[in-house]
Design a protein around this ligand. Structure first.
Ligand SMILES: [Zn+2]
Length: 492
């Protein structure tokens, strides 16, 4: 009844019954639960009524039903597989990251190994975009609240923002600060800080920045849904006649990163105006048409996601599949006529008169938290060499080879390879097993023969006892090549 009270007076209300059970539901329902043949109850959990911890506790039972036995079994197998790849479990096992009560829910502590993956991803995307005319900027994590009122994020986006903070000493009484949920308005101010000419455009400002969103603690999930996000963000300021070429460049970057580098298959969704939005229908028409045209001229296939746009403009969302067929939300390309209007952005045209630029908000990984969470599950923790926090583990068979192993370790490091020397007083088998558990791409075993010949016995991850003996120089060269090309398959 509480739900019904929330609905408008003209709302159509449907109720389904099955024996004594009455369900307030949009439907449809099966006429009888007896028709469901292939099902399994998965787990039960307590939940608060309407997610409010001050309300009654309910018992929620989760189950799944399929048309055939094979479909049900296939689904359960995928669940099992997904459980083995769970980034929260692997994150702990591989010592990549943690979430700790003392810091707070949804806030990631990147441990050295996870931080290395994060760092490599940053370096890669920054190299890619700097080659394509982007410029890096850095902006603060907190800002005066007025900035978000001007951009329209407040009050529209208020529920996702952390509450306001009082101003610092020496400022006016009423001034409030917010930790930023987005970078857009700050990049806008950098654009607006000087006179721009049509010849300067496009201007592409990029920043991998921390932003904070006040998600309900019940919706948080490992690295996949967090409160502190590192976005690989950028804002592009362009003339209207540059929209298409810019979208093409963005789709090229998406293909390079997701398609070529990670070997992912992905699809494009064109998301149009949502019910809660800024701006007039005329500007929305214009923006939606521009994106659609760019996709058509590109010859790209895409799906329409009616009402899925951002509140300031339509967008192209890129969704990709992981190794076990689950779909993930990745890159996003959002066209915005609204922010330039609100901030009165201008450039001087060829006609010597002021014109309004168009803005694109875009992220390729989305957030590093989510993308690394995805990569952990996609690769089941076995990162390709260029991303692996530890690339080679050097193992002397016994003390006798300790100095030869150390020389190899130093040589690998000098060559830019992340090498770790394991000279613990444990058996070789024990140390190999440990390296396998840590999913290290290569183990370099140094025995008497290798020490004398200046060679190495290399074992690839997942190759069992198979090993390749090769000269150290060749080993190093192959590793470097595998890293340089960001190969997904081992070269040694
Ligand atoms: Zn933005």
């Amino acid at each position: 009844l509480e739900r019904i009270e929330d609905l408008g007076p003209d709302e159509v209300i449907s109720v389904y019954t099955d024996g004594p059970f009455v369900d307030l539901c949009r439907g449809p329902h099966v006429p009888s639960t007896g028709r469901i043949r292939h099902f399994k109850l998965l787990h039960a959990a307590g939940a608060y009524w309407r997610g409010d911890e001050r309300r009654q506790m309910l018992q929620r039972i989760y189950g799944t039903a399929w048309f055939t036995k094979e479909d049900l079994e296939g689904y359960l197998r995928r669940l099992e597989e997904a459980k083995k790849r769970d980034h929260r479990v692997l994150g702990k096992q591989l010592d990549l990251f943690s979430i700790q009560e003392e810091v707070g829910p949804g806030l990631i502590l990147w441990h050295p190994k996870g931080a290395m993956v994060n760092f490599q991803l940053r370096r890669f995307i920054e190299d890619v975009i700097l080659e394509r005319g982007y410029q890096l900027v850095y902006t603060p994590n907190v800002t005066r609240e007025e900035l978000f009122l001007r951009s329209g994020h407040l009050p529209l986006y208020a529920e996702n923002q952390f509450p306001a903070m009082a101003a610092g000493e020496g400022e006016a009484e009423g001034v409030r600060y917010r930790v930023k949920p987005m970078n857009c308005p700050m990049h806008v101010l950098i654009y607006a800080s000087q006179q721009r000419s049509y010849r300067d455009l496009p201007i592409r400002l990029a920043e991998i920045a921390n932003v904070y969103r006040n998600e309900r603690s019940g919706t948080l999930h490992g690295m996949l849904r967090v409160r502190g996000l590192s976005m690989d963000d950028a804002h592009l300021f362009l003339r209207e006649d540059q929209i298409e070429q810019e979208i093409f460049q963005l789709l090229d970057i998406v293909e390079l990163v997701l398609g070529k580098t990670f070997g992912l298959s992905y699809r494009l969704d064109l998301a149009t105006r949502p019910p809660k939005k800024l701006g007039t229908d005329a500007t929305w028409d214009q923006a939606e048409r521009a994106l659609e045209q760019a996709l058509k001229h590109r010859g790209a296939t895409y799906r329409l996601d009616q009402g899925g746009g951002a509140f300031y403009g339509p967008k192209i969302d890129i969704k990709f599949n992981d190794a076990i067929g689950r779909e993930w939300q990745g890159a996003t390309i959002q066209l915005d006529f609204e922010q330039p209007e609100r901030f009165g952005l201008e450039y001087t045209g060829e006609d010597n008169r002021p014109h309004r630029p168009v803005m694109i908000h875009r992220a390729i990984y989305g957030t590093l938290e989510r993308f690394v969470g995805f990569l952990i599950e996609h690769f089941a923790g076995a990162f390709p060499l260029w991303l692996a926090p530890e690339q080679v583990r050097v193992l002397p068979i016994s003390d006798v080879q300790a100095s030869a192993a150390r020389v190899l370790h130093e040589r690998l490091r000098a060559a830019g390879i992340r090498s770790h020397l394991d000279e613990r007083n444990e058996t070789l088998n024990y140390r190999i097993r440990d390296g396998e558990l840590q999913k290290v791409p290569y183990m370099a075993v140094v025995g008497q023969r290798e020490a004398e010949a200046g060679s190495v016995a290399a074992r690839g991850r997942g190759e069992g006892k198979k090993q390749v003996v090769l000269p150290v120089a060749e080993f190093v060269a192959k590793l470097q090549e595998e890293v340089r090309t960001r190969s997904l398959t081992p070269l040694v």
